[in-house]
Design a protein around this ligand. Structure first.
Ligand code: MG
Length: 242
């Protein structure tokens, strides 16, 4: 009888030791991530919502009055028409991955904030600055790739004016409770021309030109592109909801 207990103890100890040293013990097989076909730089992945492919502005409206977006389409891109105002997506989003390509005017006009200025506003409120920051100094927290007035980009990855550039933006929307109090901040990660420039930074609140960020409760909202009076162009815009 005693021998049986010894055998049982031996079996349990060696069994648990085996489980700790077996590689299979820590393999997780379910759920299996679904397959997504990666895109090249010029085409969207299979599960993306295409917001602009050069065809038309059917996904966009004027942010001013909700009327037709007035920016000019030429070839595969659209260009800001000064004075027509910001444009915004008809669709509203929370957490997203956004790909957008932009080009500062080849002919350099203006300086500092007045050169190739536009902006990608997540949820209408949180700006990733678009600017021609190629050999064009301005305040660091307002240069290309800054979370405007909140976070300086890690590096300046700008290409020369007239060259196409990319932003790949990962945005986590802020969360508010039933009383309208912010319980979790928004976060932004930005890859500029393949270079990480914002690494999961906390968004302090709305983008403000003057004064401090605000944190009024809101839900899903549009992506907005800024008319800052400079003829900045955009192409190949797509988004994946997370
Ligand atoms: Mg701007």
């Amino acid at each position: 009888m005693k021998n049986i207990y010894c055998l049982l103890a031996f079996w349990l100890i060696t069994g648990s030791l085996f489980a700790q040293t077996k590689p299979e013990a820590t393999e997780v097989w379910e759920p299996e991530p679904r397959v997504v076909t990666p895109g090249t730089i010029s085409s969207a992945p299979s599960d993306a919502i295409v917001l602009f492919d050069g065809t038309d502005l059917s996904e966009w409206v004027s942010a001013k009055d909700g009327g037709a977006a007035q920016w000019k389409i030429e070839g595969d891109h659209m260009t800001v028409v000064k004075g027509t105002g910001d444009i915004m997506t008809k669709r509203e989003f929370n957490d997203i991955q956004l790909h957008i390509e932009f080009r500062a005017p080849a002919v350099i006009e203006g300086e500092g904030q007045g050169r190739g200025n536009s902006g990608v506003f997540l949820q209408m409120r949180y700006e990733v600055q678009v600017l021609d920051s190629y050999q064009n100094r301005t305040y660091s927290n307002g240069q290309a790739g800054s979370v405007y007035k909140q976070h300086i980009p890690l590096v300046n990855a700008c290409k020369a004016p007239g060259e196409w550039q990319t932003y790949d933006i990962i945005f986590t929307a802020p969360r508010f409770n039933k009383d309208g109090i912010k319980v979790a901040s928004a976060y932004l990660t930005v890859i500029h021309n393949g270079v990480l420039i914002q690494n999961h930074v906390e968004v302090k609140g709305t983008t403000e030109y003057i004064g401090q960020p605000k944190n009024k409760a809101h839900g899903k909202a549009s992506i907005k592109l800024q008319d800052h009076s400079n003829p900045t162009s955009f192409r190949n815009i797509w988004v994946r909801e997370l």
